[in-house]
Design a protein around this ligand. Structure first.
Ligand code: ADP
Length: 261
């Protein structure tokens, strides 16, 4: 390891000392709502009074800043770059906030991604945080693995959707965490059901999806499910995801808090 990297590692360790808990959100595949769950987790934790940072490490689709309506960095302090804060005070950092051309990040290779993530921890003035939530790149390639290594995680939340409840895909993400010796805090099933706008009855669009059975088979906690809801996509697109209220999500977040401690 060269001197510069050693210096950076030390800086990363110093920053992480000010962060009580580090939780990453992973999925076996893209498009299942991993970024949404990262965003909701951060925003619900902030609503509960915790100080929260949200690191968007998913450069394949950096959607976090748009979800929270933040753009650009806040400037610098004597301790580093200041991340922008959402309406509820979530501190947000994403490659898309520092790249002038968002599309260029998608062609980055693994080492470039891990370098960028290292810098996001070492160079950003996160301040004291109760929780740092990390939206991992999808899949089980090198990129999520290096992020997991760098951040010395407390645990991993795995997200799936009914269409992709294929046991093997989720199993891979769970195996990845076991290989890395990272605790799986639980499985969240996104887009599992819809609410009828007329009678408010729950409609299981995909039948009985069995996320709970899958979690049991994989020997990880089942955290709950999130509905497919047009309000979610509207609020995500307009920067207002923090306004989304749902009791089930509140319960999911409480279980994650419990499983971390
Ligand atoms: P991933 O991070 O897994 O690639 P995203 O969180 O970016 O997936 O979600 C993909 C798209 O689906 C986004 O446009 C998001 O707003 C939408 N979406 C995700 N979950 C839901 C949901 N439960 N209801 C409605 N839209 C959703």
């Amino acid at each position: 390891m060269n001197e510069q990297m050693e210096e950076q590692n030390q800086k990363i360790q110093e920053r992480l000392e000010n962060v009580k808990h580090r939780i990453a959100v992973a999925s076996g595949k893209g498009g299942v709502g991993k970024s949404l769950v990262s965003g909701l987790l951060a925003s619900y934790l902030a609503k509960k009074g915790y100080s929260v940072g949200l690191l968007d490490a998913d450069i394949t689709g950096p959607s976090i800043p748009r979800m929270f309506g933040v753009a650009g960095i806040e400037g610098k302090s004597d301790k580093g770059i200041l991340p922008p804060s959402s309406a509820n005070g979530v501190k947000i950092m994403s490659l898309s906030l520092v790249l002038s051309d968002n599309s260029s990040a998608v062609i980055w290779r693994g080492p470039m991604i891990s370098n960028a993530i290292r810098q996001f921890v070492s160079d950003i003035d996160w301040g004291d945080l109760d929780y740092l939530i990390v939206d991992l790149p999808p899949g089980t390639s090198d990129a999520p693995l290096t992020v997991m290594q760098i951040l010395n995680l407390d645990g991993l939340v795995v997200v799936t959707s009914p269409q992709q409840l294929a046991f093997e895909i989720v199993r891979k993400a769970i195996n990845m965490s076991k290989t890395m010796n990272v605790k799986v805090l639980g499985l969240v099933e996104n887009m599992a059901y819809a609410m009828c706008p007329h009678c408010n009855e729950r409609i299981n669009l995909f039948g009985d999806t069995g996320g709970d059975i899958l979690a049991k088979k994989a020997e990880v906690p089942y955290l709950g499910s999130i509905p497919i809801d047009p309000r979610i996509s509207t609020l995500s697109d307009s920067g207002g995801i923090e306004q989304y209220e749902n009791e089930d999500i509140d319960k999911i977040v409480d279980k994650i808090i419990e499983n971390v401690d």
